[in-house]
Design a protein around this ligand. Structure first.
Ligand code: PEP
Ligand code: MG
Length: 570
């Protein structure tokens, strides 16, 4: 049986289905006989949990997993935790499990109330910590990835990142979850660790211990596997491994008829600086500056921003680095940036809208980019543009920033390129007018799909409707690409997730996209796919695709074409 879900982490995996939700006893609501004994039990549950996290930290190599585990440990070593739980036990004369539950539930509620996706994810981490401490309290043996000895596919109603806190990852062949999306914490981790994952699966259809197949490239899980099928799957997985080996040699994205496409990286993560020179990327197509603003209590200074941009630009050695000005708001909030409560934050005070109202703040960020432009090939990109007026207003502030630097005799590139994200449908629809104002476009499908189909990109209940092959979305993309083709000196890239989708690549090569900007870990893979296509032939195929009216038909045709071209690699 094939269960269709949402593709999150690429790759294929075969393993025994292992449910990881450990059922805990019901919380004891009665009056405890011995309060001191309860306090002692709680304290040792916390200490044992801290010890577990310390052991995990010591065994991990991966920096993301390490910092996640540090966060969990820090929650438990906070000076007030034991005291607060002890007070609850004494006040309510209750058992320790109720006091633990109350303590963590309060923390979870506080985080969830913050209306910020990043912190909501942290609330899930706190749920994990609660689960751990309660398991210790009850002496229930939790799922421990360190004990895995055979290939498994982990399954949960709502998977949390805890299951990946191990150096025993080689046995984890896939992750299946009912809830969660591409941008959830566990989703991002599986992508960066290269573990196939599919979400949105009704896990009631899976049986513990049964051999199952997960296809993270296409987004499904298959059960009831017969011998013949298992052999076929094993062959497929072997060719995936072969592909991974072949990727070592990938250098450029040149189609079989000789056209060279650019494949750049999306980043903004300081820990990726060193990888810039290790990966054969053609530049940075999207530097998300908001990462430098989040998790801080005061805004970063111009000097700090300048140093960061300079270090990346220098590492790129002349390759282009597109720095996107601050895209704050929506689900990304900072304590020092006053956005206020909004009924629809994604349609609210976000990105360029906030920056244009806070001219000095915006100018500081622009000056940092301009200063760095003296040290590399830097371009500026404005996010969430919805009109020509916004571009012109932003450019006026940019001119002021340039003038102030000139007055201070500070060097910068006077001819720095300025582009916009095409992520609001109105802009895609008037792409021919917008392109006259800028040097380049970068199509942000993550938002373009959400806004043009009215599907909240973070809402797992409707994630099946989040479709970039919706013919309406394809038309907006095509319109944006076509608008740039009248100019020899302008270009169009894409920095949304669609640019890394094997089927998306076929469509985009056929429509004439110039630059693909993708997660740094997928640069080689995207180059490999492009180099297996013939540009002319793909263009003809895509022309014929434009007549189809349903996503199903479009995907089926793309899939057939991809199977032919990518062969064993698809
Ligand atoms: C996009 O919207 O496609 C994009 C790349 O921007 P972000 O995901 O940061 O909103
Ligand atoms: Mg966006």
């Amino acid at each position: 049986m094939k269960l269709l879900g949402i593709k999150v982490g690429n790759g294929l995996g075969l393993g025994k289905c292992l449910f990881v939700d450990t059922k805990l006893p019901n919380i004891n609501q009665g009056t405890a006989a011995d309060l001191n004994e309860e306090i002692t039990k709680v304290n040792s549950a916390i200490d044992e949990s801290v010890k577990d996290y310390e052991d995990i930290i010591a065994s991990l190599d991966d920096e993301d997993l390490k910092s996640l585990t540090e966060f969990n440990k820090n929650v438990l070593i906070s000076p007030s935790i034991k005291k607060e739980i002890e007070n609850t036990i004494n006040d309510k004369k209750c058992y320790g499990d109720l006091a633990i539950d109350i303590y963590f539930n309060n923390k979870i509620k506080q985080l969830e109330a913050l209306d910020n996706n990043y912190l909501k994810e942290r609330a899930k981490d706190v749920k994990d910590i609660r689960h751990k401490v309660l398991s210790k309290y009850y002496n229930v043996v939790e799922f421990n990835p360190d004990n895995l000895k055979e290939d498994v596919i982990l399954v949960s109603h709502e998977m949390t990142a805890n299951v990946l806190l191990t150096d025993n990852l080689q046995y984890i062949k896939g992750i299946v979850s009912e809830l969660g999306g591409k941008t959830s914490h566990i989703g991002i981790l599986t992508t960066s660790l290269g573990i196939p994952s599919v979400f949105g699966i009704d896990v009631k259809n899976l049986k513990n211990g049964e051999l199952i197949f997960i296809d993270g490239n296409k987004g499904f899980v298959e059960t009831n596997l017969e011998e013949e099928k298992i052999t076929e799957i094993k062959e497929k997985i072997a060719s995936e491994i072969e592909l991974a080996k072949e990727l070592d040699d990938v250098k450029e994205a040149r189609t079989t008829d000789g056209y060279l496409f650019e494949v750049s990286a999306n980043t903004g993560d300081l820990t990726e600086l060193e990888r810039i020179s290790e990966i054969p990327l053609d530049g940075i197509g999207l530097f998300r500056t908001e990462f430098l603003y989040l998790n801080k209590t005061t805004p970063p200074t111009e000097d700090y921003l300048f140093e960061v941009y300079k270090s990346f630009a220098t590492k790129l050695n002349g390759k282009q680095m597109i720095i996107r000005t601050l895209d704050i708001g929506g689900d990304k909030k900072c304590p020092y940036i006053e956005i206020g409560d909004e009924a629809n934050p994604f349609l609210g005070y976000r990105a360029i809208r906030y920056c244009l109202d806070h001219k000095d703040f915006f100018k500081t960020s622009l000056k940092a980019i301009l200063r760095a432009s003296a040290f590399g090939n830097i371009a500026i990109m404005y996010p969430m543009i919805s009109s020509i007026e916004e571009i012109r207003k932003a450019n006026l502030i940019l001119e002021e920033a340039k003038q102030e630097l000139k007055n201070d005799n500070i060097n910068f590139n006077e001819n720095i390129k300025v582009g916009v994200m095409v992520e609001i449908p109105a802009v895609a629809a008037m792409a021919d007018m917008i392109i006259e104002e800028v040097d380049f476009f970068s199509i942000g499908t993550n938002d373009l799909v959400q806004y043009s189909t009215a599907v909240d990109r973070g809402n797992t209940k409707i994630s099946k409707l989040y479709q970039w092959f919706n013919p309406g979305v394809i038309r907006l993309i095509k319109n944006s690409i076509d608008a740039t083709k009248k100019y020899d000196n302008k270009f169009v890239g894409m920095c949304g997730e669609m640019a890394a989708d094997p089927l998306g690549i076929v469509l985009l090569v056929g429509l004439g996209l110039d630059e693909f900007s993708v997660n740094i870990n997928t640069v080689k893979r995207v180059k490999k796919y492009i180099s297996m296509l013939n540009k002319k032939e793909t263009e003809d195929f895509v022309k014929s695709l434009l007549d189809f009216k349903t996503v199903k038909e479009i995907e089926e045709r793309l899939s057939k074409f991809a199977e032919e071209k990518y062969g064993k690699f698809y």
